[in-house]
Write a protein that binds this ligand. Structure first.
Ligand code: NAD
Ligand code: TDX
Length: 339
């Protein structure tokens, strides 16, 4: 592999992957292709801005001409697709963009990639395609039972990847990551929203009873999981990337507040998310068999994340204005009865 296209890598996980790949594989050219939606942020790529093996191109994965042009310009041989609308609450408020990017966009990338004759296509997917798991662990062959428009759009994208593998023999791999956290995560998701609000002593809107279970995965472990699947995964297969760390939301939020030295009384139980999945949990044995292992423990990773937000207020204070505040009001004003 030489010329890799990493789509959606101005976002949270994609930018961590781009930073990692640029450093680890100096002989690869890493081309980031990103539409720069509200979630795309060139500040996330500043640490590699001056590297010789990094390029940035702005574009939409659902824009056929733009995709064709970037594949040709850099003679791309590998695609890793992170580009997505990624926030469940936004998919409840406004699902159109989810179908556009997570379904149509994946199809256009596959179709143009196939015509261009690329090698491997890796689709970054999610544990949410399995739906609500009351007990046990999801394995890769389980049925899809997505419950939110976000989860359904990601499942649709995955099915298109499968179709291009079966129909056209494309070399595809899918990864399904669990709830990821770490530096540079847009402050709409649970941990970065609550850390940054707590730093300003603002109420933390915990949905329902807060006993929903998520499997918390540090972003660096998600990135190494994708690297392993990219280089060692079998064509046509899917691999779970699990945090192997299932915890209730309320326990995670309390641990975060303790690290910040802020009171638990900041937590406000508010109206629940519609269709809220109670529990996600995956088995990572298939990826482990390829040699992957987590590099961090949850307490260490949570502390590193909290410290990063404390030290990098410049990064998130810039975001918390304009479009962000419009969204915040729409999502939380009635729930919290403020702002
Ligand atoms: P994010 O919302 O932080 O970033 C998404 C990026 O995609 C942004 O840079 C945005 O500008 C870009 N983008 C959106 N639409 C685009 C389009 N049409 N064309 C080109 N670029 C576009 O997302 P994230 O949390 O980093 O998630 C990355 C991927 O990982 C997504 O595919 C998501 O479904 C998946 N995932 C996320 C998690 C998680 O916990 N965050 C867990 C498992 C899987
Ligand atoms: O304000 C909030 N209050 C709250 O109680 C928010 C934003 C979330 N929550 C709860 C809902 C979930 O049970 O916290 C949990 C985590 O919520 P999110 O951070 O929105 O993540 P989730 O919905 O679990 O989805 C995430 O993991 C899978 C990512 O956003 C997806 O992109 C990924 O695919």
């Amino acid at each position: 592999m030489k010329n890799i296209l990493v789509t959606g890598a101005a976002g949270f996980i994609g930018s961590a992957f781009a930073r990692y790949m640029v450093a680890k594989y100096p002989h690869y050219t890493v081309v980031v292709f990103d539409k720069l939606t509200y979630a795309g942020n060139l500040d996330n790529l500043l640490p590699i801005d001056d590297e010789d093996n990094y390029r940035f191109e702005r574009g939409d994965i659902a824009d056929r001409e733009a995709v064709r042009a970037v594949l040709k310009k850099y003679d791309i041989d590998t695609i890793i697709n992170f580009a997505a609308e990624s926030h469940v609450d936004r998919s409840i408020l406004a699902p159109d963009a989810f179908v556009h990017t997570d379904v149509v966009g994946v199809y256009i990338l596959l179709d143009e990639g196939h015509k261009h004759g690329i090698g491997r296509f890796l689709q970054v997917s999610t544990d949410e395609v399995y739906g609500d798991i009351h007990s046990g662990l999801s394995v890769e062959g389980d049925n899809f039972l997505p419950n939110s428009p976000y989860a359904a759009s990601k499942a649709g994208g995955e099915l298109m990847v499968r179709a291009y593998h079966i129909t056209h023999g494309m070399d595809t791999v899918i990864t399904r990551g669990s709830n990821t956290f770490g530096p540079y995560q847009y402050p709409e998701k649970l941990l970065p929203l609550f850390i940054t609000e707590a730093l300003d002593d603002r109420p933390l809107p915990l949905y329902g009873d807060g006993k929903q279970v998520r499997d918390w995965l540090f972003v660096e472990d998600h990135v190494t999981g994708i690297d392993v699947a990219l280089h060692h995964g079998q064509s046509g297969e899917a691999y779970n990337i699990a945090g192997e760390n299932q915890q209730t939301n309320i326990d995670v939020v309390r641990a975060m507040l303790d690290l910040l030295g802020k009171p638990h009384s900041l937590i406000k139980h508010v109206e629940d998310r519609k269709g809220h999945d109670r529990r996600y949990a995956m088995d990572a044995a298939k990826l482990r068999a390829l040699g992957w292992q987590r590099g961090s423990s949850f307490p260490e990773a949570l502390k590193a994340t909290v410290d990063w937000y404390v030290q990098n207020a410049w990064w998130w204070r810039k975001i918390k204005s304009g479009e962000y505040m419009d969204y915040y009001k729409r999502q939380y004003a009635d729930r919290l009865g403020d702002r």
